[in-house]
Design a protein around this ligand. Structure first.
Ligand SMILES: Cc1cc2nc3c(=O)[nH]c(=O)nc-3n(C[C@H](O)[C@H](O)[C@H](O)COP(=O)(O)OP(=O)(O)OC[C@H]3O[C@@H](n4cnc5c(N)ncnc54)[C@H](O)[C@@H]3O)c2cc1C
Length: 359
């Protein structure tokens, strides 16, 4: 069976590895000179967003035999609102190095792939599907799904990220929310180590060339005077699509709309969709059914997103203050049996109704 994979990002590489385990050697096509994003940054897998799964990396390793190598534990999250902040401590998740860095997830995983990787090769799924038995779209963008008319945008984020020098706590994730510089988006600082960190700003519903203006406001408002060593800009999309397989074309990772619409997390769902697509190809399992839990979870996150979009800076401060209250803090963060996504979904639905009745 001849299989082509569009994209050498996390989902493309995971799918190629899983197919290889089943005895199918796919060809990967990557438009950049190297696999993985052409910039480096540090992301996170936060346990609270993936419950009832207790340990997301252990789960992926056990269920899919995909080991996402973490660069460290998240033991502290500092939430900063417009004029208040709160800190949560505990076993909160993992830091994951991404992109163009020797220790990144993709650079770690690709070492096990024995098939062909065509670099600097931008391809079109319509051409590939004539030559290959199956095409996996792992392009990270909704281009192909939009072309097929099966995609609806939920949120479009313009993102600027930088690698900064400074003194950092290597187990601490810092988050900012403030309508003045990130609208309904967010900013965060995540460390590579004690001396280097990623600083990222994500602003919804703006053009990418406007991001500098918001970045300047962010840096000035938060009085951040770190030395910027390198930076990148890009857009990322969360959306809904159906179906996730059209003829001989499968969609995985961000290209399948699996980026969560609240926090912009996608690594977990990349592994799930890519692994399930490989299984479906080889064993004929129902791909839609296999990825339903990811889609359902994102639909729930969408309700949070709708509430979040309606909040103002005063509400943000209230939210941050509540997160710091010992009872709430223990309920959500420390008592890991609480399914925050399910609970928050019901509350968000109610809130969304109340807020729309008010307007
Ligand atoms: C700044 C930022 C921070 C993030 N932080 C987190 C985080 O903390 N936690 C988390 O879980 N997720 C995070 N994400 C989400 C992240 O995007 C996903 O987890 C994951 O990287 C998506 O992988 P992917 O393989 O689907 O797409 P990508 O990583 O975007 O890979 C797609 C690849 O396809 C290539 N490509 C596209 N079109 C073509 C074509 N026509 N021909 C050939 N090649 C093509 C691209 O060059 C790219 O290399 C973050 C995203 C961004 C942008």
């Amino acid at each position: 069976m001849k299989v082509a994979i569009i994209g050498g990002g996390l989902s493309g590489v995971v799918c190629a590895l899983q197919l290889q385990r089943y005895g199918v050697m796919a060809d990967i096509f990557e438009r950049n000179k190297k696999v993985a994003e052409p910039y480096r940054h540090v992301g996170a897998a936060l346990e609270i967003a993936l419950r009832p799964i207790k340990d997301p990396l252990e789960y992926l390793n056990e269920k899919y035999n995909i080991f996402l190598k973490s660069s460290g534990l998240v033991n502290k999250v500092i939430h900063n609102g417009p004029s208040t902040s709160s800190t949560i401590t505990g076993n909160l998740g993992y830091f994951l190095i991404r992109g163009n860095h020797p220790a990144s997830l993709v650079n770690h995983l690709i070492k096990d792939f024995k098939g062909k990787v065509y670099l600097s090769k931008e391809v079109d799924y319509k051409d590939l599907k004539k030559v290959y038995d199956l095409v996996i779209v792992a392009s990270g963008y909704p281009t192909e799904a939009k072309d097929l008319g099966i995609w609806n945008d939920i949120i479009k984020m313009s993102v600027k990220g930088a690698v900064i020098d400074g003194n950092f706590d290597s187990d601490t994730f810092i988050v900012w929310i403030n309508k003045d510089y990130c609208k309904s988006g967010y900013a965060y600082l995540s460390p590579f180590n004690n001396k280097e960190a990623s600083l990222v700003l994500a602003v919804n519903d703006i053009q990418l060339d406007e991001i500098e203006k918001y970045w300047k406001k962010f840096i000035e408002s938060e009085k951040l005077n770190y030395k910027v060593k390198e930076s990148f800009k890009r857009v990322h999309y969360a959306g809904f699509m159906y179906p996730h397989k059209v003829d001989n074309v499968y969609f995985v990772g961000n290209a399948s709309g699996c980026l969560d619409p609240l926090l912009g997390f996608g690594a977990f769902s990349c592994v799930v969709t890519a692994s399930e697509a490989a299984k479906s190809i080889v064993y004929g399992t129902d791909y839609e059914l296999a990825i339903k839990s990811v889609i359902d979870s994102n639909l729930k996150m969408l309700e949070f997103r709708k509430v979040f979009n309606k909040l103002n800076n005063k509400d943000y401060d209230l939210l941050i203050r509540s997160l710091g209250l010992p009872g709430i803090n223990s309920l959500f963060y420390k008592w890991s049996k609480i399914n925050v996504v399910n609970m928050g979904y019901s509350a968000s639905k109610l809130l969304n109704k109340l807020l729309s009745d008010k307007t």
